[in-house]
Ligand binder design. Structure first.
Ligand SMILES: *Cc1c(COP(=O)(O)O)cnc(C)c1O
Length: 426
């Protein structure tokens, strides 16, 4: 089987830039580790929601000469000389991001989605300000108020959550908490919520209490780009995206904002929270954004969602309980407690058989957070490899067999066959 997805690259272009002679000679230990990692990836089925396969064109840009360019500042206003070509690359990335997301302003420099969140807060808030965001127990990211993260140390977070009966965001609670606490910003977006936030409703609540609205759309930005998810951009003051998840670009973040906030957003990235941008990553983001504008990517995003729906239905059939009853995205979060196992045990049993997914604690989870009652899966990587509904139905069945207590041997054999059939050339 070869890589069939046009946006992921043909067999001819899916290269192994890390497998060079130069690396083997200079550092055989790292070269061997990378070879083993490629092997590990080829033999396992990757269902972690935040990972994907970086496209070969993006990898080529990442390995290109801009890796060495110091370019503090922004196009046309750099602190370093020799930046004309770096400027051109960054302007391409900015223009493509603005066009793809219909956003008045884009900043392509954040090194991660968390750094982009930091910049969003820095642009809008002062230390001590109140923020209303999804609670961590219900699916908020660490950057939404964890005490272990800058967010929880520097701002006063209040958490909203989902309803216990249907698992959907409780907008009445969001409104009540907003009226009570009058936060300076409201954050919508999650790492595990499988439905689309009601962006218009969040905007209305934010307007009522005169708060900024931040869309934490790191997980779903690719679906928005493809037009298979409603866009937060017309509603949010600032939208935070990740470029390495469904967008299949370099590891990094992306900020979109209103024109009004453009200057504040830019200054919140550089010089407030970062130094010189990684210009090879900026070039890689430009490539990923161009790829995401193509019809092949739109088709990929739709297949990713279709596959996730089949996966959710299959897990339900095998006795698990998908939160909200299913999904509108690439994400499936499922309660595995009906099968008598914890999230940790489910992750472990699947990993033994080569199925990589994430344990997670669920909203209202009675289990200790370290155990959790849930698993979280995403279909981004397997869809990039060319798997579809048929394979995902099969994967759901394999997970069901493992969690029901079947010995891993035969399942592991099937997983390995499936993985190798879709691994593409190594
Ligand atoms: C993945 C994710 C992040 C963190 O992304 P990093 O690039 O690892 O910092 C933040 N917020 C949300 C909602 C995410 O899904």
């Amino acid at each position: 089987m070869t890589v069939t997805d046009a946006a992921t690259g043909s067999t001819a272009t899916r290269g192994r830039p890390w497998a060079s002679e130069a690396l083997h000679r200079a550092d055989p230990q790292i070269a061997d580790l990378l070879a083993a990692e490629a092997e590990r990836r080829a033999e396992t089925v990757q269902l972690l929601a935040g990972e994907n396969l970086t496209s070969p064109a993006v990898m080529a840009a990442l390995a290109g000469p801009l890796i060495d360019k110091y370019a503090e500042g922004y196009p046309g206003r750099r602190h370093h000389t020799g930046c004309a070509l770096a400027d051109a690359a960054e302007l391409l990335a900015i223009d493509r991001a603005r066009e793809l997301f219909a956003a008045p302003h884009a900043n392509v420099q954040p090194r991660s989605a968390t750094s982009a969140m930091l910049a969003a807060y820095a642009a809008l808030l002062r230390p001590g300000d109140g923020v209303l965001a999804m609670s961590l127990e219900h699916g908020g990211h660490l950057s939404c108020g964890s005490r272990a993260n800058f967010s929880g140390r520097w701002f006063e977070f209040t958490g909203y959550g989902v309803r216990e009966d249907d698992g959907l965001i409780d907008l009445d609670q969001v409104r009540d908490l907003a009226r009570l606490h009058r936060p300076k910003a409201i954050v919508a977006g999650s790492i595990s919520y499988p439905r689309h936030p009601d962006w218009a409703a969040f905007r209305e609540i934010a307007d009522e209490v005169d708060a900024y609205l931040i869309a934490a759309a790191a997980q779903t930005a690719g679906l928005v780009a493809a037009g298979v998810a409603p866009s937060p951009v017309p509603y949010a003051d600032v939208t935070v995206a990740a470029t390495h998840k469904l967008l299949r670009g370099p590891r990094g973040g992306l900020l979109l904002s209103t024109a009004e906030l453009a200057e504040r957003i830019d200054r919140a990235v550089f010089p407030f929270s970062q130094g010189g941008a990684a210009m090879n990553e900026v070039a890689g983001k430009a490539v990923a954004l161009a790829e995401a504008a193509r019809p092949a990517y739109r088709a990929y995003a739709q297949r990713t969602v279709d596959g996730a729906r089949v996966l959710a239905a299959g897990l339900a059939e095998a006795g698990m309980r998908p939160l909200t009853g299913g999904t509108d995205t690439h994400l499936v979060t499922a309660d595995v407690s009906p099968l008598g196992v914890s999230g940790v045990e489910a992750e472990r049993r699947c990993a033994v058989a080569g199925l990589l997914l994430g344990k997670c604690a669920l909203p209202y989870d009675p289990a200790p957070p370290a155990e959790g009652s849930g698993i979280r899966l995403g279909t981004g990587t397997v869809t990039s490899q060319g798997m579809g509904e048929e394979e995902l139905a099969g994967i759901a069945g394999l997970i069901g067999r493992l969690l029901a207590g079947e010995a891993p041997g035969p399942v592991a054999e099937r997983v390995r066959e499936l993985a190798l059939a879709f691994a593409g050339p190594r």
